[in-house]
Design a protein around this ligand. Sequence first.
Ligand SMILES: [Zn+2]
Length: 395
Amino acid sequence: MTTIQPKPPPPLSLPPSTSYITLQALNTTAQLYVKSANFLSPLIPGHEIYNCPTLAFLLTHKSSNRKILFDAGVRKDYWNYSPLITNHFATSVNVKGLRVEKGVDEVLLDAGVALQEVEAVVWSHWHFDHVGDLSRFPTSTKIVVGPGFKENLLPGYPANPESPLLESDYAGKEMEEISFEGEGELRIGMFRAYDFFGDGSFYLLDVPGHAIGHMCGLARTAENSFVLLGADACHFAGALRPSQYLPMPETLDGRWGLDPYFMNPCPWELFGDCHPGTGEEKRTSPYYTASMALGSAYVEPEMANKSIQGLKEFDASDNVLICLAHDPGLFEVLPLLNDGPRNEINGWKESGYKEMLRLRFLNELPKEGKPGREPIVLGFWRDGKEVSATEALAK
Ligand SMILES: [Zn+2]
């Protein structure tokens, strides 16, 4: 038996404030099953394709009741994205499954949230599974984007036939591009920060590497507790954990949420075989780094890995819960807005979600060389039926 002592993380310098956010997690209903190679490195046999359900967040500023949405999922009629995106679906061998039951607008309406109440939608980045269909929102809804967005991505289609975005997404709406520069630059942990409401209740973080202008969110859920909305800073919780700060425990008992397949308690060695590291690394470094492959989904993979290092420092804090947009474990643990309009996750600390979520990704890793979990979706789905790519993408 070897117990690994966690390394103490560098201080995060989380600024104090008594202004909070009511944070609600919502299942955008977008389900993806995608090839790992462009996201995760190295390839782990049995995990060549992986599950990407897609989470977004509704934030309500507690004292003013102002509401913003962080990310907007996949548009329900995904065949109406710009040709750049639909051609990607048609020709790409990367997307092995895609299904969307509801637009994020419908998820909000079902929960009794009027779209007029949503003052702004933050796009963590421009990828199709985060921008949704904002033409469904009134022109009073502002769009908030990260540094370099406007210069690199506007105008949308059809003004620019090559654009991944649609002009209709932002037509008539104000678009605010966040700047992290300036005097008295605020930093939290490794990242530059922007105080969104000006009172310390919600910060946008400059977390580069995956896509131009990629931002995370940091919502204060109580005086000294935060949820870090990780978006696509990394694409699998096993690319973040274990770490030197949160090493793999010696044995894993019921509290870690392992599938009934595993013995309880389960020795860590059962998960060591598919870890690419050697010796103690297997318990102190993540299973993956950001893909460096040609065609990597990371525009700057080295930068992305630095950003992931920064996220590990947040992950090490008992006061921060990290929620990546595509982490399947979140859908098992968090009470979702879809299941009740009052469901919120502010009580994550008292409810023990952090521990329940930390190692759930192990369920997705291969078991005896075979996929650990069934695909959440296979093939293209339209109107509740599986159809060919041609049928799926027909206008
Ligand atoms: Zn994504």
